[in-house]
Design a protein around this ligand. Sequence first.
Ligand SMILES: NC(=O)c1ccc[n+]([C@@H]2O[C@H](COP(=O)([O-])OP(=O)(O)OC[C@H]3O[C@@H](n4cnc5c(N)ncnc54)[C@H](O)[C@@H]3O)[C@@H](O)[C@H]2O)c1
Length: 432
Amino acid sequence: MEKVRIKEPEGKLGVLVIGVGGAVATTFIAGTMIARKGLGIPVGSITQLATIRLGKREENRFPKIKDVVPLANLNDIVFGGWDIFEDNAYEAARHAEVLSIEDLGKVKDELQAIQPMKAVFDQNFVKRLHGTWVKEAPTKWDLKEAVRKDIQNFKTENKLDRIVCIWCGSTEVFTKISEVHQTLPALQQAMKENNPEIAPSMVYAYACLEEGVPYINGAPNLTVDMPAMWDFSAQTQTPICGKDFKTGQTMLKTVLSPMLKTRMLGLNGWFSTNILGNRDGEVLDDPGSFKTKEESKLSVIDNILQPSLYPQLYGNVYHKVRINYYPPRKDNKEGWDNIDIFGWLGYPMQLKVDFLCRDSILAAPLCLDLVLFNDLAKRAGLSGIQSWLSFYFKSPMHDNEHIAEHDLFIQYIKLKNTLRQIIGEDVIDFID
Ligand SMILES: NC(=O)c1ccc[n+]([C@@H]2O[C@H](COP(=O)([O-])OP(=O)(O)OC[C@H]3O[C@@H](n4cnc5c(N)ncnc54)[C@H](O)[C@@H]3O)[C@@H](O)[C@H]2O)c1
C-alpha cells in the first residue's frame, strides 16, 4: 500500500471553538489541558488511547494510533474561539458546572487566558439566548470578513502553523436547504443580501473555508451540509465534517439496531426520552431548535434496519424522540429508551435502557479526536466531506451520490482503515 504524503505536524495547532463558553467546549478545553499536564486520563479519546492492528493478527502488531499516525501533540495546541457571552473560559466552565472546582483549578490560569472573540449571532436562529458579545456589520458578507480577520489575527498573535475550527455552539433553528444553498455564487449573493436563510454558523464556516481552516460541525445545524459548501471545501482543499456529535442515546441506537437486524428480530416501536438541565437543554426547549435535533436523531433507525428490505420486521416502526428541559439535572442527562421488539412467530418482548450519562463528558473526547483527525486530513491533502469520520456523528454528512452509514462498528472499521491507508498499511475488513 502506498503511503499518503503527509506534512509533519510541525509547529503549533490553533483550535478555534465556536461557542467557546459552552459546557462541551469548556469541558473539552479544560480536559485537554489537564491531560497534557498528565493530571487526568483522556478517557473516550480514540486518538489518545486506542490501538490499531497492523498486518495479520499473528504478527501481533498493536501500536497506539498516536504512535504510528502523525497527529499533533496535545502540548502544541493553542485554544481560542467565539461566544455570545464575554466570560473567559474559566468563568464559563464554572457556570457550566460540569468539571469540579478542583479540576478546573489545575488549569485555571490557562483557562482564564481564553477570552472569547465577539460572535456572529442572530436571535432568530437561537430563540432562547440573548447574546451580549456580538459583532455588528451591515451584511452577513461583512460579518464573514470580520471572522476571517479574527482567524488571521489568532494565527499571527499565537505564531500558529495551522488552525482547525469546531462548532460547539448552540443548535440553530431548523433551516431547510433551499436555492441559496445550492451553488457558491447563490450562497455568496445571499450573504451579501442578508438573506434570512443564511445562519450565523454558515458565516463562520464560509470564513473558515476561505482561510483553508477545516470545519467540524458538532451540532445538527445545516451549515456545511449543502452543495455550495461542498464545492467550496473542494475548491479551497479544506476538510469538512458533521453533523451532531454521536454521544449518548443515538450511540446506543446505532449499536442496538444492528444487533436486532443481525438476529432478524422485529421492531414495533422505539420511544426515546431525555431529561436535561443545561443550557443546551434550554435551547432545545424551543420547538425550532428541537426540530433540527429531532431530524438528526430520527434518521438513524431506518437507515440501519432497511425497512424496504425487511418489511415484515421493520415496515411499521413507531419511532419517537423527546427532549425535556429539566434544570435540576444540569449537564447530567438521563436518556430512557423503551424498545418494543418481537421474536419467533411475532411474540412481543421489551428492552429498557436507562443511560444516566454526562453530556459534556461524553462529547469532550469526540471534540479532541475530531480536531486532531481534521488537522491530519488537511496535512494529508484530503478535502471535502470526511465520511471516514462518520463514527463521531449522529447524522453523518454525505453528498447526493452516497448514503450515510450509521452502524457504529462499520463506521469504526472505516475510520481505522482510513488511518491504515494514510500511513501506507494494508486495510483490514474486520474489527480488531
Ligand atoms: N453530548 C453532548 O453534549 C452533545 C451531543 C451532540 C451535540 N451536541 C451539541 O453541541 C452543542 C454544544 O452543547 P453544549 O451543551 O455545550 O451547549 P451550551 O449551551 O452549554 O454551549 C453552547 C455555547 O454556544 C454559544 N453560542 C450560541 N450561539 C453562538 C454563536 N452564534 N456564536 C458563538 N457562540 C454561540 C452559547 O453562548 C454557549 O456558550 C449544542 O449544539 C449541542 O446540541 C452536544
